[in-house]
Ligand binder design. Structure first.
Ligand code: AR6
Length: 178
């Protein structure tokens, strides 16, 4: 049994994994940022399947096929819009990661790549978002003793990649330091 929790820098639409996660909006009908990139790379069949899903609430997630993407599936999750931090934004962001991982587990998927949900157009502070992402993924892996997992944080920019690399190094060092 192996668990990999890693950060890479690159374009999530190029990854050959079981599933990539989309930072969507509640319509699930496409938009800008990583959502636009995923829809462009997947082709028009993606929005056709998304139409059948009838939207998605903030913090929840729904899965489709990957169509022309190298990834087999897409999990669409709707991150919170940052509104100062007192509107449950941290809990809702954690739910995006936890619910996406739960859907992947239910479908026997083993490799999953996340973008930095909510930290672009939705304005969630990047440092806080990264801590929530890493902590939620680590909590999930702690429940998966009998299964292999590869969880990738796919960072578009160099500063995001450095932030995640630091956090993951600290996460790995923690048990020895304790
Ligand atoms: N691969 C990986 N990450 C990417 C890519 C890519 N190809 N393109 C952008 N990013 P955002 P949000 C990063 O704004 O804040 C859409 O219109 C980007 O650098 O895409 O959750 C939706 O329809 C940033 O780190 O998502 C919603 O309306 C991260 O992806 C709204 O934006 C997320 O930025 C969602 O806003």
């Amino acid at each position: 049994m192996t668990h990999q929790l890693t950060a890479i820098q690159g374009d999530i639409t190029t990854l050959e994994v079981d599933v990539i996660v989309n930072a969507a909006n509640s319509s699930l009908l496409g938009g800008g940022g990583v959502d636009g990139a995923i829809h462009r790379a997947a082709g028009p069949e993606l929005v056709e399947e998304c139409r059948l899903l009838r939207g998605c609430k903030t913090g929840q997630a729904k899965m489709t096929q990957g169509y022309a993407l190298p990834a087999k599936h897409v999990i669409h999750t709707v991150g919170p819009v940052w509104n100062g931090g007192k509107k449950n934004e941290p809990e809702l962001l954690a739910s995006c990661y936890a619910n996406s991982l739960a859907i992947a587990a239910d479908n026997n998927l083993k490799s999953i790549a996340f973008p930095c949900i909510s930290t672009g157009i939705y304005g969630f502070p990047k440092g806080r978002a990264a801590k929530i992402a890493v902590a939620t993924a680590a909590e999930f892996l702690a429940t998966q003793a009998d299964r292999d997992w590869r969880i990738i944080f796919c960072c578009y920019g160099a500063s995001d990649f450095e932030r995640y690399s630091r956090l993951l190094d600290a996460d790995r060092a923690a048990p020895e330091d304790a």
